[in-house]
Design a protein around this ligand. Structure first.
Ligand code: CAA
Length: 268
């Protein structure tokens, strides 16, 4: 697996994630198997640091985030949360640092095998595309712990699958299969478990073959659809569309098409 990549570089400084560069794709693997990749402060700190490094590394053009076969992530760390009260959560602005995942500028693909529960489902939804392994399970079971989703679950799930379906998941804490998640529109498609990470890397490599700044603009525009009215979203899109005409890559892409050749993008 992953052998076909010409350049492969590992980074060893993390304890709870692994990260490696496969040509121009950054692959991050959550690696806290004893706690099913539950998202403790250290893991989130390592993840957001690594994403920020990839975001500012011009040789990386897209990222893939995955976990293990058993769990993408089983939620926020319940042991860590169990001793907190509302004074500490407010004072430390608990889990607000997770927002950095959604603020990543380059495309981020979640490759979800196994459980994506609570904060795990929320982190997957912070990514730009979710590909699911055929045995993946999704859910927002916080209600069973006497709490509610706190990292965007009630908001992003509604936008992804609609109010009634999101309400049922949030209020019952039930899990849904990869197949249901695909039918409901939470994930873009299902891939056999063993092929999932390779497939996510292929998608990332395809995206990475395009002009990086233009890809980032396209991502910004799609995300704007979640955060604004149709009117202001359309205006935002139009302005960024106009601004792509300032890029040499846009000129190159159109000229290449007209001259029946492959484009050579230079990220300019
Ligand atoms: N936090 C901390 N530890 C966790 C964990 C979590 N979210 N999920 C699993 N673990 C730990 C278990 O405590 C267990 O540790 P020990 O072996 O030391 O006892 C280990 O991982 C394996 O878990 P299980 O024995 O429970 O494994 P299982 O196969 O029987 O069940 C599971 C798997 C259904 C995912 C079950 O572990 C589970 O329900 N986990 C909790 C899921 C959950 O409620 N997530 C939401 C958390 S709240 C949240 O995320 C808030 C938010 O919005 C940010």
């Amino acid at each position: 697996m992953l052998a076909r990549f010409a350049s492969r570089r590992f980074f060893a400084s993390y304890e709870m994630i692994t990260s490696e560069k496969l040509d121009n794709v950054g692959l991050i693997t959550l690696n806290r198997p004893k706690a099913l990749n539950s998202l403790c402060a250290q893991l989130i700190d390592e993840l957001t640091t690594c994403l920020s490094e990839y975001d500012s590394d011009p040789s990386v053009k897209a990222m893939v985030l995955t976990g293990s076969k058993k769990a993408f992530a089983a939620g926020a760390d319940i042991k860590e949360m169990s001793v907190k009260d509302n004074v500490t959560t407010y004072k430390e602005n608990f889990i607000t640092s997770w927002d950095k995942i959604a603020q990543t500028r380059k495309p981020l693909i979640a490759a979800v095998n196994g459980y994506a529960l609570g904060g795990g489902c929320e982190v997957a939804m912070m990514c730009d595309i979710i590909l699911a392994g055929d045995k993946a399970q999704f859910g927002q079971p916080e209600i069973k712990l006497g709490t509610i989703p706190g990292a965007g679950g009630t908001q992003r799930l509604v936008r992804a699958i609609g109010k009634s379906r999101a309400m049922e998941l949030v209020l019952t804490g039930d899990f849904i299969s990869a197949e249901e998640a695909c039918q409901k529109g939470l994930v873009s498609r299902i891939v056999p478990e063993d092929k999932l990470v390779d497939e996510a890397i292929e998608v990332a490599k395809k995206i990475a073959s395009f002009s990086s700044p233009v890809v980032m603009m396209a991502k910004e525009c799609v995300n704007e659809a979640f955060e604004s009215s149709l009117r202001s979203g359309l205006l935002f899109e139009r302005r960024l569309f106009h601004s792509t005409f300032g890029f040499k890559d846009r000129k190159e892409g159109m000229e290449a098409f007209l001259n029946r050749r492959n484009p050579e993008f230079k990220d300019e």
